[in-house]
Design a protein around this ligand. Structure first.
Ligand SMILES: *Cc1c(COP(=O)(O)O)cnc(C)c1O
Length: 231
């Protein structure tokens, strides 16, 4: 299948899942995840209407940036403190913030570049050790801390569901984080605006949308399998 056909299929499935949960296609942001893929594939997707691109490595954002057509860039993967500088003036949203130290560095770099950076707090809903993100209990400290920052704005939560074929388990996880999202929204923290709930990937984006996600990060369902040996 071509990227065009795959993208059309993903679009149709997003629309259907949105409708099932009483929303419209426009209520969901599709972040097309292009990690490991070359810039010509990215440009092809952008010409087909993709507006948002997600990369998991800061170096990839830095290296590809100038060769890609105008688009919104999202940093979705783990971000080391010393790599914030590669992406600070390139991305519109950092999905993977999981420590106060990282928030501090984003603030520092944002001040330096005279911009305001939107971030999501990454939550580890499953509690799996190997996963990045803060626990549901730790998230409150980060939200509290955000009140002191002037160049960083918290816009929501992000999560990566555990790999499983069991959609019941993922529904539980997704429902859990949706509830957390709503709880935070109700508490009204300074400098925190719960706009985006980033959850759902190729294997589970319909489930995620039905559980309230409004931002999905879809890679292989659009671009096919990734070849990590090239990276
Ligand atoms: C790679 C990646 C995705 C996309 O994964 P697919 O299964 O290819 O859709 C989404 N989110 C994060 C954080 C990723 O690293």
């Amino acid at each position: 299948m071509s990227i065009k056909e795959r993208l059309e299929d993903v679009e149709r499935r997003i629309t259907e899942a949105a409708q099932k949960s009483g929303r419209k296609r426009e209520d969901i942001t599709l972040v097309a995840v292009t990690k490991t893929h070359p810039v010509d594939m990215m440009n092809e997707a952008i010409k087909l209407g993709v507006t948002d691109i997600g990369e998991n490595r800061p170096q990839a954002v830095r290296d590809k940036f100038n060769d890609v057509l105008p688009v919104k860039w999202h940093l979705i993967g783990q971000l080391q403190i010393n790599k914030v500088k590669y992406i600070i003036d390139k991305v519109c949203l950092i999905h993977s913030v999981d420590s106060i130290k990282l928030m501090d560095e984003i603030e520092r770099q944002a001040i330096k570049h005279d911009l305001v950076m939107d971030i999501l707090i990454e939550v580890n809903i499953s509690g799996e050790e190997s996963k990045s993100g803060v626990s549901k209990d730790e998230v409150w400290d980060l939200l509290e801390y955000a009140g002191q920052l002037t160049h960083v704005k918290v816009k929501g939560l992000m999560t990566v569901a555990p790999k499983t074929d069991n959609s019941v388990t993922n529904t539980l996880h997704f429902d859990n984080i949706r509830q957390l999202f709503l709880d935070i929204k109700q508490k009204k923290y300074d400098n925190v605006n719960m706009l985006y709930l980033s959850m759902g990937m190729s294997g589970d984006f319909e489930t995620a949308i039905e559980c309230g996600s409004n931002m999905v990060r879809v890679g292989s369902a659009i671009f096919g399998a990734r070849d990590y040996s090239q990276n």
